[in-house]
Design a binder for this molecule. Structure first.
Ligand code: ADP
Ligand code: MG
Length: 675
C-alpha cells in the first residue's frame, strides 16, 4: 500500500521520500476559536460536525453545507460540486479547517471550500493538528492524512540513519543544521524558525552540489593546456580606427578582459553579458580579429539559422574590409557550395565561420580553431558548449547573452564561466516611449507612423510567426504587408521579412531597409536580433500580449539606435491574461534589461525561464532561485574553496560529498577516479 502511494508520487526510494518536502506548512498549533475568527482573514480552526445538509435530491448544484461547533460558536463549511463529501463526513467528527473566513448575508461565519481534515483521536502524537503541520503536493487519489502519516513513520524510522555528506567545517562555518535535523524539521517542525533553518540547509545542499560540479569543470578546463593568443594587435587597431565611433568605457574594459584572457596559455571560458544594443557585436568582432591575427580561425555559433545569417551579415560589414574572409555554414547549405566552403575552412582561406549546430557535425575541419563565440540566447546548455570546444585544441570560448540575467541565474547557468558585463549603453541613446494600445486605436497609430515617415523616419511592424497564424486568427505578416501596401501606406515602400524566405531574399530586404529604400518593414520576430537601422524610430508590435517579455525587450532594442526620439507601440486585442498585463506594464515602466529579466524570471518561474533539463544541469530538490539567492552565493564560495583544496574530492572526509555529487549529476560529471 505504502509503495503504491509513493510510486504515485514518483518516489522510488526511501531517500526520495525523505526529500519529498512539503510545499507549505500550516500552523495548527494556534487554532482560532470560532468566536474570534475575523471575516476576510485566512485562518485555521477546529470544531465538531453538528449538522450536515447535502444538496437536495435533483439539485446537484446546491451547496453541501456542514455546520460545526467548537463551544465558542458556530461555523458553516460550504462546498459546491463535491458529492464524495457525503461519504466522508459524519455528525460527531472533529474537523480541522483552513480557509478564508466570510459572512454571507448576515448568516453564520463561513468558509468556502476550506482545506480540511478529519481528526481521529487515535492519531499518533497529534500528527495532524495542534502543531505546525506539513502540507504536501498531492496527486489524484491521494489525501494529506495518509501521506502525512506515512512520512511521519518514514522520517522517524530513517532520518536518524541519514549520513551527512557536508564536511563538518563547512557546516559549522555556514551555521547549517545537520542533514538529519534539517529533514526532520522540514517535515515536522516545532517552530517557524525551524522551517527556515531547515530550508536553508536543504537549499544549500542543492546549490552546493550544482556549484561543485561547475567548479570542478572550470578548474579542469582552466588548467588544461590552451592556446596563448597574443598577436601584436594590428588588426584590432585598424578595426577600431575604421569604426565611426569610439568604444564606450564598458566596451573597452570588457575587451581588455577578453584580450588578457585569450593571451593566457589556458582556455578562456567567458560570458559576455550586456543588454540589447550595448554593443556586444563589436567586442566579439575584436576577439575574432585577435584570433585571426594570431593565425587561428574563429567560429560563431548561433541557436538558429536565421540568427546565424544575421550575424553573418553584421560580420560581413565589419571583417572583409580588413581582409578577413567570413562564411556561413548551416545545414541549409548543400552540394557544391558546401564543398567549397568546407574546403575554404580546411585550407584556412576562410578565417571566420558562422553557423548553427551544423558546425559541430562531422566533416567540418576546424583544426585551427582558436576562438568559439557562442550566441547563447538561453538556448544552449553547458554541455553543448563543451562539444564545440572539443573540436579544436582547447580553443578560447566567449559566450554572448543578449538578455541580462539576474545574478542568481547567471551563477547557475553560467557558473562554469568568468563573466564580463557591458553595463553602459553607447552615448546618445534616447529613451524609447513605450505605450500599449487597444485594437480600436489602430488607425490613430497608423496616422502617427505616417507622420514619422513624412519626417524621414522608417518603421517596423512586427507580427507573430507565420506558422502560428495558419492555425489561429493571427494576422499573418504577408497579409499585413499586403494590406499596408495597398490600403494604409500606398505612398510608402513596404517590405516583408519572414523566416521562410530564402537567405538571398532576406538579405536583399534587410539591405534595402538599411539603405532607406524601404520605409515600412513588416516582419516576423526574425528581426529580434541583428538588424541595426538607426533611422528606424517606430516599432508597432501586433498581438503584443502573445509575446514573451524578453522577446518584447529584444524587439524594442531594434529602435532608439539613432538621434531621434523613438516609439514602441504594443498593440493588443481581446482579453489579456493577468500575466500578459504584467508583461506589458513592465515594458512601459522600464527599459532596463536587468529589471525586465528579473520580472520575466518572476513571471515565468526559474524552471521555464531556462529549463533545467535542457541546460543539462542537475535539478534542485528544495532550492528556489527566486527565494534562496543569498544561500546560492554562500554555496558557490564553499564550492570554489572545496575544489581548490581537493579538485577531485578524493580526500576521505569528502567521500560522502563525492558520492552525493556523482549521484546528483547522473553521469554528466566525470571525476578522475584516482586518489
Ligand atoms: P548588441 O549586439 O549588444 O545588441 P550591437 O553590437 O548590435 O549591440 O550594437 C548596437 C548598435 O550600437 C550598433 O549600431 C553599433 O554599431 C552601435 N555601437 C556599438 N558600440 C558603439 C559605441 N561605442 N558608440 C556608438 N555606437 C556604438
Ligand atoms: Mg547584436
Amino acid at each position: 500500500w505504502c509503495e503504491k502511494l509513493l510510486s504515485r508520487l514518483d518516489l522510488e526510494t526511501i531517500e526520495d521520500a525523505l526529500f519529498f518536502v512539503p510545499h507549505r506548512h500550516e500552523d495548527r498549533s494556534r487554532l482560532t476559536p470560532f468566536r474570534s475568527l475575523r471575516v476576510g482573514a485566512i485562518q485555521s480552526c477546529s470544531g465538531t460536525v453538528a449538522g450536515l445538509s447535502p444538496p437536495p435530491k435533483g439539485q446537484p448544484r446546491s451547496p453541501f453545507q456542514v455546520l460545526l461547533s467548537d463551544g465558542s460558536g458556530y461555523l458553516a463549511a460550504i462546498w459546491f460540486n463535491q458529492p464524495y463529501l457525503e461519504r466522508v463526513l459524519r455528525r460527531g467528527q472533529t474537523l480541522v479547517l483552513h480557509g478564508k473566513v466570510a459572512r454571507f448575508r448576515g448568516g453564520p461565519l463561513q468558509m468556502r471550500h476550506p482545506d480540511f481534515e478529519v481528526v481521529d483521536d487515535a492519531d499518533p502524537e497529534r500528527l495532524h493538528t495542534g502543531r505546525i503541520v506539513p502540507i504536501y503536493r498531492l496527486t489524484e487519489g491521494l489525501t494529506q492524512r495518509p501521506l502525512r502519516s506515512l512520512l511521519w513513520r518514514l522520517v522517524n524510522a530513517h532520518v536518524p540513519e541519514v549520513a551527512d555528506p557536508l564536511p563538518e567545517p563547512v557546516r559549522s562555518r555556514r551555521k547549517l543544521l545537520p542533514l538529519s535535523e534539517a529533514l526532520r524539521a522540514i517535515h515536522f517542525p516545532e517552530s517557524e524558525a525551524e522551517i527556515t533553518a531547515a530550508r536553508r540547509r536543504l537549499a544549500f545542499d542543492d546549490f552546493l552540489l550544482l556549484q561543485l560540479g561547475l567548479a570542478i569543470r572550470r578548474h579542469r578546463e582552466g588548467r588544461a593546456p590552451g592556446l596563448a593568443i597574443r598577436p601584436r594587435g594590428d588588426l584590432a587597431v585598424r578595426f577600431l580606427r575604421s569604426l565611426p565611433y569610439a568604444l564606450t568605457s564598458a566596451q573597452e574594459r570588457v575587451w581588455e578582459e577578453i584580450r588578457r584572457d585569450m593571451a593566457e596559455p589556458f582556455p578562456m571560458s567567458r560570458l559576455l553579458q550586456g543588454d540589447v544594443g550595448s554593443g556586444k557585436t563589436v567586442v566579439a568582432a575584436l576577439a575574432i580579429l585577435n584570433a585571426v591575427e594570431a593565425g587561428y580561425q574563429a567560429a560563431l555559433m548561433a541557436p538558429t539559422e536565421i540568427l546565424a545569417e544575421q550575424h553573418l551579415m553584421t560580420l560581413e560589414g565589419l571583417l572583409p574590409p580588413l581582409g578577413v574572409r567570413v562564411a556561413l555554414l548551416t545545414s541549409g547549405i548543400k552540394g557544391k557550395e558546401r564543398e567549397a566552403r568546407l574546403e575554404g575552412i580546411k585550407t584556412g582561406a576562410i578565417s571566420c565561420v558562422v553557423g548553427t549546430h551544423a558546425l559541430i557535425q562531422e566533416g567540418v575541419d576546424l583544426s585551427r580553431l582558436g576562438l568559439v563565440v557562442v550566441d547563447e540566447q538561453h538556448r544552449f546548455g553547458v554541455l553543448e558548449r563543451a562539444s564545440l570546444r572539443a573540436k579544436g585544441e582547447h580553443p578560447d570560448a566567449l559566450v554572448m547573452t543578449a538578455t541580462p540575467i539576474p545574478r542568481t541565474l547567471a551563477l547557475t547557468l553560467y557558473g562554469d564561466l568568468d563573466v564580463s558585463v557591458i553595463d553602459e549603453m553607447p552615448p546618445g541613446r534616447r529613451p524609447i516611449v513605450t505605450v500599449s494600445r487597444a485594437e480600436a486605436k489602430r488607425s490613430q497609430v497608423y496616422a502617427f507612423m505616417k507622420k514619422q515617415m513624412a519626417e524621414g523616419r522608417q518603421v517596423y511592424v512586427v507580427c507573430p510567426l507565420v506558422e502560428e497564424s495558419e492555425a489561429s486568427d493571427l494576422r499573418a505578416a504577408t497579409e499585413m504587408a499586403h494590406c499596408l501596401r495597398s490600403e494604409i501606406f500606398p505612398d510608402a515602400t513596404v517590405g516583408l521579412l519572414h523566416g521562410r524566405m530564402r537567405f538571398g531574399e532576406k538579405k536583399a530586404v534587410m539591405r534595402a531597409f538599411k539603405a532607406g529604400e524601404i520605409q515600412v518593414l513588416v516582419s516576423t520576430t526574425v528581426i529580434e536580433v541583428g538588424i541595426d537601422v538607426p533611422n528606424a524610430s517606430v516599432m508597432l508590435i501586433e498581438h503584443a500580449e502573445r509575446f514573451g517579455l524578453s522577446q518584447l525587450h529584444q524587439l524594442r532594442g531594434r529602435i532608439g539606435r539613432g538621434p531621434w526620439k523613438s516609439y514602441c507601440v504594443l498593440l493588443t486585442s481581446g482579453n489579456k491574461s493577468p500575466e500578459a498585463r504584467r508583461r506589458l506594464d513592465a515594458m512601459r515602466e522600464t527599459q532596463d534589461g536587468f529589471r525586465i529579466a528579473q520580472t520575466d524570471l518572476e513571471l515565468r518561474g526559474p524552471g521555464d525561464f531556462f529549463g533545467t533539463r535542457q541546460s543539462g544541469l542537475p535539478e534542485f530538490r528544495v532550492a528556489d532561485l527566486l527565494k534562496d539567492g543569498p544561500v546560492l552565493e554562500e554555496a558557490r564560495r564553499e564550492a570554489v574553496a572545496l575544489v581548490a583544496g581537493d579538485p577531485n574530492l578524493v580526500k576521505p572526509e569528502h567521500r560522502l560529498l563525492r558520492q552525493a555529487l556523482l549521484a546528483r549529476w547522473r553521469g554528466k560529471l566525470d571525476l578522475a577516479s584516482v586518489g
